[in-house]
Design a protein around this ligand. Structure first.
Ligand code: HMG
Length: 392
């Protein structure tokens, strides 16, 4: 029996800031962001959007009459949680109307936790093959106005169904992990922006990649040359290029003759437009690859590297299933990215500085969400989510 991803969908906010506007504001050459970081735009959430609404918008297209009854577990991966106690998954479970007999939990380890969710979901389905697991990964990346990290902000959510005999991707059992106590990026409980030792973080990322890869190979994982495509965690897409070169050189492989582009370019398209979506980022890369690679990848294997600062890295692989293109939501996702509203820098700065009232009163929130769900109000410190009436 194979276990893996049966269906996958993503969502990002309806607003973006062009990185050329940001470069102008910050006195940087736009090429630094476009070529140096490999980013074109960053998603900017509205005042009534958060990790819950983005996740619900990503998840609802996956839900149908059949799986509504079979989803036994919701695993919500995020580092932008909305409550120290209650799982964000409980709100999503209600918004998309899943069955009451369901276990729900939130997982955190920076950008890595969705991969822990994948492995846990696969284990649950191996135990009870008739069950399905909904995994959602949703995040808003915030570093602060005028900081070096600002150009790598963004937001987005990915949702997928893990089940037996999946239509899209079977997850291989071999894996390689690397964990280490480092302070490369962190966000203390009292802060709503991340702290980061930026250049150090990229070095630790690459170190974790090599170590995870070596462990994956030792665990019986595929050879470099047996993997047709590679997806990397994408804090900014240029790092995937560096990571892939590093991995290839570790294995004594050359990436000449267009191999670098062939193996990673299609996976970078969506993240260039959304910016970093933390826990969702690797799975946005996977989706971007499946929807935009010109070759038929059926039967081929994809290598994936998940990284979460602090840090945990994991290298693993998946095999693309025959007929996977039939499940594609490419037109929907490209439309979502193209139809966003471009913000002027001043509007972005205003949205960035907006913070939710904390006085415990009743507050209706300004409208901004372009999707199906929004955070409509706060009442006695409780979040009230509603639908917007939009079918987006
Ligand atoms: P910086 O200091 O603004 O940029 O910070 P830089 O000076 O290093 O320049 C960036 C690149 O642009 C360089 O390329 C420059 O040469 C190039 P490189 O030398 O590295 O190949 N450049 C230009 N290229 C073309 N034309 C030009 C030009 N000028 C310069 N005119 C940094 C960059 C990434 C450090 C910063 O944005 C940052 O701190 N970002 C946040 C941290 C981050 O994303 N880390 C990634 C690894 S950690 C991770 O992935 C985990 C994370 O997702 C969090 C989690 O797990 O939860 C972040």
């Amino acid at each position: 029996m194979f276990v893996g991803i049966d269906d996958i969908s993503f969502y990002t906010s309806g607003k973006y800031l062009s990185l050329s506007s940001l470069a102008r504001q910050n006195g940087e050459d736009p090429e630094k962001y476009r070529t140096g970081l490999g980013q074109d735009r960053m998603g900017v959430p509205g005042p009534d959007e958060d990790a819950v609404t983005l996740a619900a918008d990503a998840a609802w297209p996956l839900i149908n009459k059949e799986n509504r009854q079979r989803i036994s577990t919701v695993l919500f991966a995020t580092e932008s949680g909305v409550d120290h106690s209650k799982s964000a998954g409980i709100y999503v479970h209600k918004l998309i109307g899943l069955r009451e007999n369901c276990r729900i939990v939130e997982l955190k380890q920076a950008c890595y936790s969705a991969t822990a969710a994948v492995q846990m979901a696969c284990a649950l389905v191996m135990r009870r093959p008739e069950d399905q697991v909904l995994v959602v990964a949703s995040d808003i990346a915030r570093y602060g106005l005028g900081t070096p990290g600002e150009a790598t902000q963004g937001c987005g959510a990915v949702a997928f169904i893990v089940k037996a005999n999946p239509a899209l991707l079977a997850v291989d059992t071999a894996y390689g992990c690397h964990s280490e106590d480092v302070m490369d990026f962190w966000r203390p409980n009292h802060m709503d922006t991340a702290l980061v030792d930026g250049k150090y973080s990229t070095l630790v990322y690459l170190r974790a990649l090599v170590s995870s890869w070596q462990h994956y190979r030792h665990d019986g994982g595929q050879r470099f040359t047996d993997l047709a495509r590679f997806c990397y965690h994408l804090p900014f897409t240029r790092l995937a290029e560096k990571a892939h070169r590093k991995l290839a050189s570790t294995e004594g492989q050359s990436l000449q003759g267009g191999l670098l582009d062939k193996q990673i370019a299609a996976s970078l398209l969506y993240a260039r437009q959304t910016g970093n979506s933390y826990s969702a980022s690797l799975y946005t890369a996977l989706l971007s690859l499946l929807e935009n690679d010109e070759d038929d990848l059926a039967g081929q294997r994809i290598g994936l590297f998940s990284y979460g600062s602090g840090c945990v890295g994991e290298f693993f692989s998946m095999q693309v299933q025959p007929g996977y293109k039939k499940r594609s939501r490419r037109a929907l996702h490209l439309g979502l990215l193209e139809n966003r509203q471009e913000l002027e820098y001043a509007d972005y700065a205003r949205l960035f500085s907006y913070s939710l009232p904390v006085d415990g009163g009743y507050h209706e929130l300004p409208h901004g969400a372009a999707g199906r769900y929004r955070l409509a109000a706060l009442d006695k410190h409780k979040r009230i989510y509603t639908t917007t009436g939009t079918q987006a």
